[in-house]
Design a protein around this ligand. Structure first.
Ligand code: NDP
Length: 249
């Protein structure tokens, strides 16, 4: 991707920033000059491979491993970066998981884990970011939601509820911090080629592709560019919004 954004001197936090869409966002921010704290849950091999691929930006990329659904771990992360003098300008709530199952068979664990990661993570990460951003009277919070939250998909009640919750959370938080120069928005990607949907059976993937007016799945870089736009100074008057990157879905 050729980027025209300039984030030199800015600091971003990208959750789930070492794989898939998050990795594309981290890389785009690094290319645009930002310093990035990219987090991940536990896939050390992917994190190490990503770090190696970003060697040219080594001084500006820091990785952190913790579960965004664990409130105490999130608090610990923020205490650490605050002690190190880091002032986040941008937070991207990208970490997310799916654990699909029809409601009649959906385990309590699969319900809770999806809510904790996608929605609980967005709450906890945003809470501490907002405290730091308010001191600077500026900031950008962008959460990655999904069309599932708007349309609903069979077998995704947990995921759809969490993703719709992120949008409602975003609208409310945007109103709380609007006067402080902090914008809060969502990006809603359609079907994007990452590990996240790699487990779909071939016929399901073909049916989903046929649903997309552009007749193709999107690329992680195509989501990243919209995140950079919302993070930029040019997007200063956009808040409480959801930008759809879906090929027309
Ligand atoms: P991937 O599965 O490729 O990557 C997910 C990333 O999130 C990984 O870095 C993973 O860490 C991290 N992560 C997962 N759980 C946690 C956790 N509990 N704590 C911290 N980090 C965690 O997913 P995508 O890149 O495809 O998806 C990114 C976001 O985009 C998600 O929120 C997803 O819901 C959303 N989305 C994706 C779509 C798609 O088609 N791909 C469509 C619409 C929305 P680790 O590497 O350690 O496992």
């Amino acid at each position: 991707m050729t980027t025209t954004f300039n984030f030199t001197g800015r600091t971003a936090i990208v959750t789930g920033g070492t794989r898939g869409i998050g990795a594309a966002i981290t890389l785009a921010l690094l290319k645009a000059g930002a310093a990035v704290h990219a987090t991940y849950a536990g896939n050390e091999a992917a994190a190490a491979a990503f770090q190696a691929a970003c060697a040219e930006f080594a001084g500006r990329l820091t990785l952190h491993r913790f579960d965004v659904g664990d409130y105490a771990a999130v608090e610990h992360f923020y205490k650490g970066i605050e002690a190190a003098g880091v002032k986040p300008d941008i937070l991207v709530n990208n970490a997310g998981i799916r654990r699909d199952g029809v409601v009649g068979m959906l385990s309590r664990d699969d319900w809770q884990k999806v809510l904790d990661t996608n929605l609980g993570g967005t709450y906890a990460m945003s809470k501490f970011a907002v405290q730091l951003m308010m001191r600077n009277r500026s900031g950008r919070i962008i959460s990655i939601t999904s069309p599932s939250g708007k349309l609903g998909f069979e077998g995704q009640a947990n995921y759809a509820a969490a993703k719709a919750g992120q949008v409602a959370f975003t609208r409310s938080l945007s109103k709380e911090v609007a006067r402080r120069g902090i914008t809060v928005n969502c990006v809603s990607p359609g079907f994007i080629e990452t590990d996240f949907i790699a487990d779909l059976p071939a016929e399901t993937a073909a049916a989903y592709r046929a649903m997309v007016p552009m007749k193709r799945f999107g690329k992680a870089e195509e989501v990243a560019s919209s995140v950079l736009f919302l993070a930029s100074a040019e997007a200063a008057y956009i808040t409480g919004a959801t930008l759809e990157i879906t090929g027309g879905l």
